[in-house]
Design a binder for this molecule. Structure first.
Ligand code: HEC
Ligand code: HEC
Ligand code: HEC
Length: 135
């Protein structure tokens, strides 16, 4: 009996901690909202920054029985926060890799911008609205 009480009194705080931890997790960690694409790093961008509608993608991918690993590699260190294999590609080929990785799926899905739709991804208004919100 005594043992049971001890066990209960240690599990409960643990569960509470876990619960609060989850509630405090930023929207980013739960797959929410809009994320600026951070890879590759571009020192002098020619185009407006791509702001990625993450939530919308998670919904679309899950509707087709995909999951986080459709876009993020699972490594020993945990889940990558970049798109698929982009960090394994030579730096000067990463933009090309991103263009292909983003648009291949759109072509297959018959939804989402194709490579010719530059301004859907590189959208001045979306980028400046996002930059404004951060301030
Ligand atoms: C359709 C592709 C796709 C799917 C599916 C997807 N992600 Fe992402 N995710 C991305 C892209 C693209 C980025 C931005 C990568 C970058 O910054 O270069 C990103 C970024 C992130 C980040 C980093 C956010 C930040 O603030 O930098 C986290 C965390 C993340 N995703 C978690 C998840 C989780 C959890 C799931 C599953 C529920 C998921 N993602 C599913 C494409 C996806
Ligand atoms: C695994 C598949 C997949 C990948 C990878 C993917 N997308 Fe998409 N994307 C979709 C689908 C499906 C839609 C259509 C969503 C809808 O209409 O609900 C979409 C729609 C979009 C849209 C239009 C959103 C809107 O509001 O209409 C943008 C912008 C976009 N994707 C950008 C990107 C970028 C940038 C990347 C790469 C970083 C990317 N996507 C990678 C599947 C993908
Ligand atoms: C499906 C979304 C998508 C489409 C369509 C797209 N791009 Fe990109 N592009 C990206 C992503 C993601 C990056 C890497 C992240 C970033 O630089 O914001 C990128 C990066 C770039 C870069 C390097 C960064 C910079 O600003 O100099 C250039 C240049 C570029 N794209 C030009 C184009 C042109 C031109 C088109 C149309 C022919 C185009 N892109 C269409 C998603 C897209």
């Amino acid at each position: 009996m005594r043992e049971k009480i001890i066990r209960f009194s240690t599990t409960l705080p643990c569960l509470l901690l876990l619960f609060c931890g989850l509630a405090l997790m930023p929207a980013a960690a739960t797959g929410g909202e809009l994320f600026p694409v951070t890879t590759p790093k571009i020192s002098k961008p020619e185009m407006p920054k791509v702001i990625f509608p993450h939530d919308k993608h998670v919904d679309a991918v899950e509707a087709k029985n995909g999951d986080c690993s459709t876009c993020h590699n699972m490594t020993d260190a945990g889940m990558s926060e970049t798109l698929k294999d982009v960090t394994s590609v030579a730096a000067n080929k990463q933009v090309k890799y991103m263009h292909a990785a983003c648009t291949d799926c759109h072509v297959k899905a018959g939804k989402g911008p194709r490579l010719v739709d530059c301004r859907v991804c590189h959208n001045e208004r979306t980028a400046s609205e996002f930059a404004g919100k951060k301030k």
